[in-house]
Design a protein around this ligand. Structure first.
Ligand code: RAM
Length: 360
């Protein structure tokens, strides 16, 4: 763990400890409740697949970053599902994707407000753990979505697509576009982001296949899901590596900023760009020849599935154990996989042929 993360984590620990004392002292939760909830927090006891879905619950959404259109779309999907299910939605969260301490205090706020469940996209795999465990001890169900913590810090993780699929397909898309030859770079989000870091690890594994022997990954840069920083990092990559053939940006903020930079530069159409973006952000860059193909899932479906998972957990239909199944309304039936992971499905690849069929 980096020093700053350590500092933040211990600040989080202190906050969560005093919160626990405050909660037990004010009588809302007794020590016995805390103990028994704590023992079953990770597994949540026994699932009853026939349990009725509860109404009147409150589910708090805590994205990595509130002013990111990707999360606006994801959380709207959560809000609509909760409305349909007769429960309430609220959203809190930091405006910067590198404000881990802020995320910790939002977890504590939701715990203090005694929400029934929270859906969290983690900026850092470990930093939120103490606060999330405290929430679970207080009977709150914790679902991570988009970006996970370690499995012991939540009941279930709603994943956008398998990390393996995402990491490998991004390399495959890039390799095709550059004819399996040349230097490439990655423009990521925050250096601590769980989701991006897993995808990057898988990209590196995929690149070990002999068919990519003429491709060289020269650098991983971090734009922190900040448009301006991502734009500058793209510019920096091209200055530092004049032979660069392509950039993979596994973040909606990064790919948009990189497309904007390339589109107005001499590199337009020559330096290839792929990764994860929304069709609405990328449409103009596909149409003007800056970008050939990129991919994503539907963020609103991810938010919807996170909300439905939170309600199923709070109703006791599932506990987060591998093999449990539940019906996610019109989305159909989902089965919980290894380590409590629920996968939304396969990503969609967008290009000039299909991009106009999508509006998100
Ligand atoms: C950004 C965020 C988010 C990621 C998408 C692809 O909006 O980093 O976590 O899933 O990109």
């Amino acid at each position: 763990m980096r020093k700053s993360s350590l500092r933040r984590a211990s600040a989080g620990l202190a906050a969560a400890t005093s919160l626990a004392l405050a909660l037990t002292a004010c009588g809302g939760t007794t020590k016995e409740d805390v103990k028994s909830e704590g023992a079953s927090a990770a597994t949540g006891g026994k699932a009853d697949p026939n349990a009725e879905l509860k109404k009147g619950l409150t589910v708090g959404f805590l994205p990595k970053q509130v002013n990111n259109p990707y999360f606006t779309s994801a959380d709207k999907g959560g809000e609509a599902a909760l409305k349909e299910l007769g429960s309430s939605y609220k959203e809190v969260g930091p405006s910067s994707a590198t404000d881990t301490a802020g995320q910790v205090s939002y977890v504590n706020t939701l715990t203090q407000q005694q929400v029934d469940a929270m859906a969290v996209s983690a900026q850092d795999p470990g930093a939120l753990c103490t606060a999330l465990k405290q929430a679970m001890k207080n009977g709150i169900k914790v679902v991570t979505y988009d970006s996970d913590t370690t499995p012991d810090c939540r009941n279930a993780f709603v994943s956008q697509a398998s990390a393996d699929d995402l990491g490998r397909t991004e390399v495959q898309l890039m390799a095709k576009q550059i004819g399996y030859k040349g230097e490439i770079a990655i423009l990521s989000a925050a250096q601590t982001a769980t989701n991006q870091n897993i995808w990057i690890d898988i990209m590196k594994q995929e690149l070990k296949d002999p068919k990519y022997k003429d491709i060289k990954l020269v650098k991983v840069a971090y734009g922190d899901d900040d448009a301006q920083k991502s734009f500058q990092q793209t510019q920096g990559l091209l200055q530092e590596y004049p032979n660069l053939k392509g950039i993979i940006s596994p973040t909606t903020v990064g790919i948009k900023a990189a497309a904007q930079y390339l589109s107005g530069s001499q590199y337009k159409g020559k330096v290839k760009l792929t990764g994860l973006g929304t069709p609405n952000d990328m449409r103009k860059y596909v149409k003007n020849g800056t970008v050939e193909a990129f991919e994503l899932w539907d963020p609103s479906k991810l938010g919807e599935l996170a909300a439905r998972t939170a309600v199923a957990l709070s109703s006791g239909q599932i506990t987060g154990k591998e093999g449990e199944t539940f019906k996610a309304g019109s989305m159909g039936e989902y089965t919980i996989g290894k380590d409590g992971v629920i996968s939304l499905g396969k990503p969609t690849v967008f290009d000039a042929k299909n991009i106009d069929q999508f509006n998100f």
